[in-house]
Design a binder for this molecule. Structure first.
Ligand code: DGT
Ligand code: CA
Length: 570
């Protein structure tokens, strides 16, 4: 799969240009392209073949050419030349959140720091503080950034895991000896990050399957090849483990290798109390007689509990609920009737509203909210009040032409550093839907950030709080906020919380979304799409919602538009 490779090259180009003090707009273009490519749900090779590269937000002619060169030749000449102009280790230094090009340059020139090892040594020897402009707090931030980076490297976001697994699963399905194939592990539980990919195959010819598996095209290195279990590393350094079992115990093995480990332990304890033994081969009685194991459904039925969806298997009370038949009926992607968080070309998106409407109809949506950025967010081309009037007219015109589809006039309004919204009330009240979000001041104190969000909840014109904790996978930790207090204020003011489904955000996450529901709040799923490709990420929001035990009734954008507008009305 080429997406991570292309994204990595663009992101590195941005970094080198930054160190060299190049044009900020040029740097930003490469950065944005990298983020958007990583956020794609389809392989970039397919987009090239279908001539659809321009659908990716921020990809013009020049970048299209560069992408094609990478995919066709495996490298980019421009990048190879650029790389030679700086020491290689400086690039990985720029991966550290909170460490910008200026500081990397400064550290290199003053202390000769040229990679992460040098930096860690300098911190250990307390050398950084001697340099001009570097305070205690700066060093603390760098240490925190180093940790964030290390954790980010240990796990990959779900979207990357899914794309990688898909290639392997598709190939394994085609083999003549394959009876069944399924993902297992954290991937099947749709966890937001995945350490390694587990795949399970049912077959009578395990050695043949293993031989094919370790020689699939994207395998870079074979870590282990056994008779029934092998482990490989892909070109993008993703570890993929594959196990082959007999059809008779496929269900038991799937249950075991899907986990989680905590769920497995709890289930085994329950079985023991009923004088049963459960392992990866099946369910057995005290004399080791095989009782069940062919499918998970069969096993759950045998244990007299309802089927527990993989997303719930985290030992959060799901076994007790399954025994009582009280598991929630989890929301599915087909329940979603519209997208409530989309950026159009009016601000920093790539597509026109009409183009977005066409893409949303393909997804079988009945409505969308066009929620461009507000006036102060200049970097994201936030809309002036004058532009809002024009945008509104355009939406009214489009709506007059549409049948059974509605475009909502919305905005993602910035919450300023004191909790005020970025448009005056007489402007806010004109919108069909207002989502409010924090885009600056992430380092404020817990108290101040909490108050900011509470004050946004108390604004009579706000309907939704978007990406409520601000985290960005691998680069920014969630800001420090007392969500319990915010949720209480939200409940009083009929505020809905977003599960932002951008694969690098997933914010709220599963635990916080569950807590929001426990506070009596309704949630919604918003893609935060900046181009039509982004609309398809709603599936990741669904994964979070399912892991949070949410049903259709807990999610605002599962209802028809009239009901939605009634629900959000104050
Ligand atoms: P990951 O890879 O860290 O994202 O998370 P998982 O859940 O995929 O963990 P992994 O790959 O180590 O193992 C896959 C599954 O195998 C895990 O979910 C449950 C099962 N498993 C692994 N080790 C143990 C164990 O020590 N005891 C039990 N009961 N199950 C285990
Ligand atoms: Ca795993």
């Amino acid at each position: 799969m080429d997406n991570p490779k292309v994204a990595q090259i663009f992101s590195n180009i941005a970094k080198i240009l930054e160190i060299k003090g190049d044009n900020p707009f040029r740097i930003r273009a490469y950065e944005r392209a990298a983020i958007n490519i990583n956020g794609l749900t389809e392989g970039i090779t397919k987009l090239i073949e279908e001539g659809r590269l321009s659908e990716i937000n921020g990809i013009g002619k020049d970048l299209s050419r560069k992408i094609t060169e990478i995919v066709e030749t495996g490298a980019l000449r421009f990048y190879e030349d650029l790389k030679k102009t700086i020491p290689a280790g400086l690039l990985e230094l720029l991966d550290i959140p909170s460490l910008g090009a200026k500081k990397v340059k400064l550290f290199y020139e003053e202390l000769g720091i040229k990679d992460i090892q040098d930096l860690e040594a300098a911190i250990a020897q307390d050398k950084l503080k001697g340099i001009f402009g570097i305070k205690d707090k700066t060093v603390e931030n760098i240490k925190e950034g180093l940790q964030l980076l290390k954790r980010g490297k240990e796990r990959m976001p779900l979207t990357i895991a899914l794309q990688t697994a898909d290639e392997f699963i598709t190939a394994l399905k085609k083999l003549v000896y394959t009876k069944k194939v399924s993902p297992a592990g954290s991937l099947r539980r749709q966890k937001e990050t995945v350490r390694d990919i587990d795949i399970l195959v049912a077959s009578q010819k395990p050695a043949k399957i293993m031989e094919e598996f370790v020689h699939l095209p994207s395998v870079k290195r074979i870590n282990a090849q056994g008779l029934t279990k092998s482990s490989v590393l892909t070109e993008n350094d993703v570890q993929v483990d594959c196990r082959v079992v007999e059809n008779k115990c496929f269900g038991a093995a799937l249950l075991y290798f899907t986990g989680s480990k905590e769920f497995n332990i709890r289930l085994r304890q329950y079985a023991q109390r009923h004088k049963l033994k459960i392992n990866e081969y099946g369910v057995f009685d005290e004399r080791d007689k095989y009782l069940a194991g062919k499918s998970e459904e069969e096993i759950f039925k045998f244990l007299k509990m309802s089927f527990i969806d993989p997303e719930l298997r985290e030992d959060r009370g799901e076994i007790e609920a399954a025994l009582k038949g009280q598991l929630p009926d989890l929301v599915t992607l087909s329940d979603i009737k519209g997208d409530l968080h989309i950026h159009s070309r009016w601000s920093d998106g790539t597509n026109t509203i009409e183009e977005i409407v066409r893409a949303a109809k393909i997804l079988k949506y009945d409505y969308i909210a066009i929620t461009d950025h507000s006036q102060s967010l200049k970097i994201a081309r936030g809309l002036s009040i004058a532009d809002l009037r024009k945008k509104r007219k355009e939406i009214e015109k489009i709506n007059r032409k549409l049948k059974n589809f509605r475009v909502l006039f919305g905005s993602e309004v910035d919450i300023d550093s004191d909790g005020r919204l970025d448009y005056p009330e007489q402007v806010l009240k004109e919108f069909d839907i207002v989502i409010a979000a924090i885009h600056t001041g992430f380092k404020q104190s817990r108290e101040r950030l909490t108050k900011r969000l509470i004050s946004a909840c108390q604004n009579p014109y706000v309907h939704i709080i978007s990406h409520p904790t601000g985290r960005l996978w691998g680069s920014r930790a969630a800001y420090d906020v007392d969500l319990e207090r915010v949720f209480k204020a939200a409940r009083k003011n009929n505020i809905i919380f977003e599960i932002n489904s951008h694969p690098y955000r997933l914010d709220l996450n599963d635990v916080n979304a569950m807590m929001a529901k426990q506070h009596g709040l309704c949630l919604c799923i918003g893609s935060d799409a900046h181009g039509n490709e982004g609309l398809k990420t709603a599936c990741f929001g669904i994964s979070v919602a399912r892991r949070a035990w949410l049903s259709k009734k807990d999610i605002l954008n599962t209802v028809p538009v009239e009901k939605l507008l009634k629900t959000i009305k104050k």
